[in-house]
Design a protein around this ligand. Structure first.
Ligand code: ADP
Ligand code: MG
Length: 288
């Protein structure tokens, strides 16, 4: 009866928009006590939009935007794609390109060193003071600011927004009601993480985690005795999805994320996560 019940559960999952790869995955969903959500692309749809650009110093606005977009056009990051798409085709060639995960992108454009990213992407000596009010205001409402420097001088800040999925607060509330601890894990800044967590109804967040360290954060929760489910979408999340006791990937995510996951959420609705937990618990009850 055990394998039959699990097979039925996997089939029922399919009807609910939950693609369960193995029967073991269904079994472990019932034992999970902590659910960790990635931010961009998971709690938010990852459809970033350039909301504003603020030029800083004496630089020419159109020129700064063009230099920044030229560098970002070389990166696959969702922030980079949004900045490049916002600008259009009028790009300049880039040499010495450097992509730094969790930080930003840099390159030489028209003989100048252009860096686009967060504070971690910038050199040590860069004076940020004139940008700080813009950075803080953006982060306090959950938006993501992206700094641009030209030859180590701050020349502007883009502000990008990506609203929380409408399904997020409801899904988080149901997970809580199921007795689970819910955590937000992101490479973004502490303040942006706090604002998004608040909008989604999440009270625990781990921010400023470099892509390579996301799996380590999952392992740390496991070492504290938790059975952890990770929900993610990006290349950055693949190792964390594999490390977690249960990995759930959004169907809109990258191929790598979907390969590393045990469960694919076929619906673009975070309600599939509590659905998967209750389905699994119900299935385990039938078995016992
Ligand atoms: P998340 O965990 O939200 O998916 P990432 O780890 O991919 O975030 O990135 C973390 C942070 O690194 C971003 O919020 C941004 O500040 C910065 N960043 C990374 N790549 C870029 C880029 N190409 N352009 C601008 N900022 C970037
Ligand atoms: Mg993501």
């Amino acid at each position: 009866a055990t394998p039959t019940a699990l097979m039925v559960g996997v089939g029922r999952g399919g009807q609910l928009g939950i693609l369960i790869k193995t029967q073991e995955a269904l079994e472990s969903s019932g034992k999970v006590d902590t659910v960790v959500f990635d931010k961009t692309g998971t709690i938010t749809p990852g459809q970033l939009v350039v909301e504003s650009f603020r030029v800083i110093g004496h630089a020419d606005e159109a020129e700064v935007r063009r230099l920044a977009a030229s560098v970002e056009a070389q990166s696959e990051h969702p922030l980079a794609k949004a900045i490049a798409a916002d600008h259009g085709d009028d790009l300049l060639p880039v040499t010495d390109l450097e992509i730094s995960p969790g930080r930003g992108a840099a390159g030489t454009v028209a003989g100048q060193r252009i860096v686009v990213g967060n504070e971690r992407a910038l050199g040590e000596g860069v004076d940020l003071s004139s940008a700080i009010p813009v950075l803080e205001a953006a982060r306090d409402r959950g938006a993501t600011p992206v700094l641009v420097t030209i030859d180590d001088r701050v020349a502007g800040v883009f502000v990008l927004t990506d609203s929380v999925r409408p399904s997020a607060p409801g899904a988080v509330g149901r997970l809580r009601a199921q007795g689970l601890k819910v955590v937000l894990l992101t490479g973004d800044h502490e303040r942006a993480a706090a604002a998004v967590a608040h909008q989604a109804g999440i009270d625990t967040w781990i921010a400023e985690v470099l892509p390579a360290d996301k799996a380590g954060e999952i392992a740390r929760l496991q070492a504290e005795g938790h059975q952890v489910a990770m929900v993610g979408d990006g290349i950055n999340d693949a190792a964390a999805l594999a490390t977690a006791d249960l990995g759930l990937a959004m169907v809109s995510g990258t191929d790598v994320a979907m390969k590393s996951a045990d469960i694919i959420c076929v619906r673009e609705n975070l309600g599939v996560v509590p659905d998967a937990i209750s389905l699994s618990r119900a299935t385990l009850r039938t078995i016992r």
